[in-house]
Design a protein around this ligand. Structure first.
Ligand code: AQP
Length: 335
């Protein structure tokens, strides 16, 4: 076992492809942390059950998500790459944490409110309500020091820290309080058709979300038809010009250049120029990523072997945590 600090992050296989929000907000940071940290990166397939899905579709999406992590540069030799359901300790720890979570506290999670705003709470399942507690278990199981996630997950990270603190004070120091690793310049990538809401696998309009595995030509078209406003000036104003601000954020992220420089450069140019530049910059990075993912998906046996080895690595850590937690809360160890 390594003495490096630990990093953990998971992505949900809730769509056929991850999107550029998942990529820029989270996935893209993951490979760069592999040397400094002992890394655990996975696919949150249990979380994906909170949405009704065909079994065969979920299996396909889970493998596609794993392939995308690797295509993004996560190296299975250096990191544990695994499916959450292959490590049963996630749900074991979750139950203990569920019993430590106040109902009122769980009810204040804004993502649950957002996700149930359209169809109401009665249409949601309890799994969706419990999602942040399973997420806390995902993180605490590995005593992760850092969790690279998008801005939308900040509140869940806070809950995780609260639960860790509560367990540590009620029993004895056990869990590391994890720090979020959030790229401020990216923040939340917004839906291209409704730049007031985050780009999301489940709730975005089809033309508002750019999937990493979609045909690059289709994606270029989506960027070119992004909603802006009736003005002409290219300025970074998230309140009054959310569409233009989103495009500038995307261009800055894909080119590695500061927003201020881009604003200067686009002075006097039109929205069409900006959209074209985003389409080109995104395409240049996403197209090879997509090709690598498709290649990995063509080697299914190898991919499954990578995931089996990743689950072994993950379980070596996770099983110890659960044994310790069960002992501390008073469950009798199996003789
Ligand atoms: N729009 C976004 N901008 C920046 N980061 C984002 N993330 C998600 N959307 C954006 C980050 O991507 C990582 C993986 O996300 P996830 O698969 O765990 O699920 P999510 O956060 O719930 O993302 P979606 O796309 O909205 O999925 P659904 O619709 O299934 O809920 C996370 O680190 C997340 O912060």
């Amino acid at each position: 076992m390594s003495d490096k600090p630990r990093v953990l992050s998971l992505a949900q296989p809730t769509a056929d492809s991850l999107h550029i929000g998942n990529y820029l907000g989270a996935l893209r940071q993951w490979p760069g942390l592999q040397d400094q940290y002992e890394a655990f990166y996975g696919v949150a397939d249990l979380h994906a059950l909170t949405v009704e899905v065909e079994p065969a579709v979920l299996r396909k999406r889970s493998l596609a998500s794993a392939a995308q992590l690797i295509a993004a540069g996560v190296d299975p030799e250096r990191s544990a790459v695994f499916l959450q359901s292959h490590v049963p300790e996630h749900t074991q720890l979750m139950w203990v944490l569920t019993c430590l979570t106040g109902f009122g506290h769980a009810s204040r999670m804004t993502q649950f409110k957002d996700k149930t705003s359209k169809h109401g709470v009665d249409a949601a399942n309890v799994g969706l309500f419990n999602y942040p507690i399973l997420m806390a278990a995902d993180i605490l199981l590995y005593n992760a020091d850092r969790v690279p996630v998008g801005e939308d997950q900040r509140q869940h990270l806070e809950l995780t820290r609260d639960l860790a603190h509560r367990f540590n004070t009620r029993y004895s120091p056990t869990f590391t309080l994890p720090e979020p690793h959030i790229v401020k310049s990216v923040g939340k990538i917004k839906d291209l058709q409704d730049p007031t809401v985050k780009m999301s696998k489940s709730s975005s309009s089809p033309n508002g979300v750019v999937d990493l595995l979609d045909d690059p030509k289709l994606n270029a078209k989506k960027f070119r038809s992004a909603v802006t406003d009736s003005g002409r000036d290219i300025t970074f104003d998230e309140v009054n010009k959310p569409g233009v601000a989103n495009l500038l954020t995307l261009l800055a992220a894909f080119t590695g250049r500061p927003v201020e420089t881009l604003v200067e450069e686009f002075g006097g140019k039109g929205y069409g120029d900006l959209k074209g530049a985003v389409a080109d910059a995104a395409g240049a990075e996403i197209t090879p990523f997509r090709e690598r993912t498709l290649e990995l998906l063509g080697e299914k046996t190898e991919l499954e072997a990578i995931l089996a080895a990743g689950a072994e690595k993950a379980r070596a850590v996770a099983s110890r945590t659960v044994a310790k937690v069960y002992r501390k809360v008073g469950l009798v160890p199996r003789g």
